[in-house]
Write a protein that binds this ligand. Sequence first.
Ligand SMILES: [Zn+2]
Ligand SMILES: [Zn+2]
Length: 357
Amino acid sequence: MLGLVWDGLELAPQEAIELRTPVGDDVVVEVDVAGLCHSDLKPIDGDIPQELPVILGHEAVGRVVARGPSATIPLGQRVVMTVLRPCGQCADCLAGRRIRCRATATPPASPFSRDGRSIAQFVRLGAFARRTLVSESQVIPVGDDLSDEIMAMISCATVTAFGAVEERARVEAGESVMITGAGGIGLNAIIAARAAGARRVAVFDINPRKEDIARRCGATDFVLSSDRPISDVALELEPDGFDAVLECVGMPALLEQAVRSLAWGGRVVIVGLPPHGAVLPLEIRSLFNDRSILGCRMGSVDPWTMIPRLVERCTAGELDLGPLVSKTVIPSEIQELVAELRSGSLERGFIDFRQES
Ligand SMILES: [Zn+2]
Ligand SMILES: [Zn+2]
């Protein structure tokens, strides 16, 4: 079968990739559409350690086409997948906090190989392939109402952004929200903040092309970042400071300025992944007056409950994620899609794997 393989030099489609036979609670998912996310570029850029070669991709929708003897999900069921692989037995799992299960940290052996050589599976998913094999605990059944693109995006960028806004920042109606970085998560966070009733959503980005889409998602202000510290601009907009800041870039300097931009009682949520070893120079007194800095792992929410809820809200017309879907390509066009994502000319790009099966 076909998969998109990053071998350390290029990201390109390869044929004749084999998937091992499902055993135990394995589930084989035939991927229809997968989204391209900035996290997929991290192994390419060397930002995170990754065994090579690897099949990238981690937000996808498809159907169950095979399963191991102890898996019970029906064949043909439409599903999205999650990188989380909870054990179901530890204290966190039993308390309903599957997002904190440590078992997720131990990757299983990759199911992919080619000519007898193993190909790694990115974050236990490897969704840039016509078929992938995951644990039954990683699949979330979904209905047929929403498009493949929106479903794929909900499974990662949307659930992360909504979790960060609703569960971590706990944005309330009438509050002011600042978002740094208008990428896939930042744009979803704008929609989430408006849905929570934020009166002001100010978005900061270095790319002027992002203004239009940011405003279409509901941003009230768009600030083109310059050499000026963003906290100076923020405090001009909101002299008392912002109630919540979502730092979606993962830059230590921005995080420090985000803290300076806070109102009393304000919360900064770290959504963007900073580089390994990055430290934060911070005047501790700036956290007085009940300000806080919050880490956030994938939205800090349980995707098995949050994803179906988001789907319902989209189906009911409460949320419109349509503006974020910019383009769908066939697997051989992956390099163009990556280039467009890097240049910022693309919001969310998708790969349709049905076209080359
Ligand atoms: Zn993602
Ligand atoms: Zn567990």
